[in-house]
Design a protein around this ligand. Structure first.
Ligand code: UT7
Length: 329
């Protein structure tokens, strides 16, 4: 029988045990719990140990997702890791995950870099590969160790980010109108320099002042905030329109968790109450590509998603990338 749709067979997530609170951060940089909470909604974030790598976080999330799907690593025939903090630029973190999990060797393994939109990009790639009929079971992971690229002297960025991982197992279904109903992606590279790890070579904005070291994450927060709200709102509207759905038909929005005020703004623009948005930015901060799969897994485990519900995933990130996905459970 042919492949009709791509469904989520299981999900899992993992966050390092070390909690870094706002109060603790106030001893590192000139900030306060009050400032961080009111400007971002973040109360704490998780920080991986020195020897705990992105691939380790990814493996834990993947194990949980496979257990949830009642499958084993030998069932997997495609591995995609979305990350901007791979263990190293080469090899792909997906290959390290493959090895650590004991996944077969006749399986493609590669990373996707679309920053905070990375998980939605990876879902689209995996879904297209499953649709080809050449693969049956994909492991799609978002994992980040952002603590390794944050400049811990820069209060405008270091309070925002955290470490974590989330994963889903995707499979083919012969049932129509379930699983991934659609995905819409985009990017506006002209704004690439607003959010980067290191400097983008051609852009004067980050042609580093002597004090800015090139390997750190740098962000023009105010500009990014405005672009994030606009792009996520437009992306959500686009995909709803494409699928002839009204916002109130979405049972739960699972947005990228960067800032509670961004989620609030989108809730207002879409005229959908905050109760329809899953929020865990308070406990993890911004975990980039891990943010949506971590939220999705927590939403499922918290009973916020029921059979037949439609969820909307929507994200925005460096690139600047943006995208949305509609999923019927
Ligand atoms: O995942 C990709 C997407 N990323 C994002 O979506 C992040 C988007 N941006 C944001 O979330 C917000 O712009 C921030 C949270 C980064 C900043 O919030 P803001 O309301 O735009 O604040 P601001 O940058 O305008 O800063 C206001 C003031 C400044 O002081 P002055 O110039 O008014 O005297 C900053 O120096 O707050 C100061 N400030 C801080 N104060 C205490 C900046 N960071 C801190 C801090 N603690 N950590």
């Amino acid at each position: 029988m042919g492949h009709v749709s791509t469904v989520i067979l299981g999900s899992g997530s993992y966050a390092p045990s070390r909690v870094l609170t706002n109060d603790e951060l106030s001893t590192v940089v000139e900030t306060s719990d009050e400032w961080i909470r009111t400007r971002t909604g973040i109360r704490e974030r998780r920080i991986a140990g020195e020897t705990e790598l992105t691939s380790d976080l990814a493996v834990e999330a993947a194990r949980a997702a496979l257990a949830d799907a009642k499958l084993t690593p030998t069932d997997v025939d495609l591995v995609i890791v979305a990350t901007v903090t791979p263990d190293s630029p080469m090899p792909a973190t997906a290959c390290l995950v493959q090895h650590k999990l004991g996944i077969r060797s006749d399986v493609p393994c590669f990373d996707v870099n679309a920053a905070c939109t990375g998980f939605i990009y990876a879902l689209d790639v995996a879904s297209a590969m499953l649709n080809s009929g050449r693969y049956r079971c994909a492991l799609v992971i978002g994992a980040e160790k952002l603590s390794s690229v944050v400049d811990w002297r820069d209060r405008t960025t270091c309070v925002l980010f955290g470490d974590g991982a989330g994963a889903v197992v995707l499979g083919a279904s012969e049932q129509p109108d379930v699983g991934i109903l659609g995905i819409k992606l985009g990017a506006s590279g002209e704004n690439a320099a607003l959010l980067a790890i290191g400097s983008t070579p051609s852009d004067p904005l980050f042609q580093s002042s002597a004090t800015t070291e090139r390997r750190y994450l740098q962000m023009k927060g105010k500009e990014i905030f405005k672009l994030a709200v606009r792009a996520m709102d437009e992306s959500a509207r686009d995909i709803l329109e494409q699928h002839k759905l009204r916002a109130d038909q979405i049972a739960l929005v699972i947005p990228h968790q960067a800032n509670l005020r961004i989620i609030d703004a989108i809730s207002q623009y879409l005229e959908l109450p905050m109760e329809r948005f899953f929020v865990n930015v308070d406990r993890y901060g911004n975990t980039s590509a891990a943010s949506i799969p971590l939220a999705l897994d927590e939403a499922r485990r918290a009973g916020r998603i029921r059979a037949g519900d439609i969820s909307l995933l929507v994200a925005f990130g460096a690139g600047l990338t943006y995208g949305s996905a509609l999923i019927r459970w």
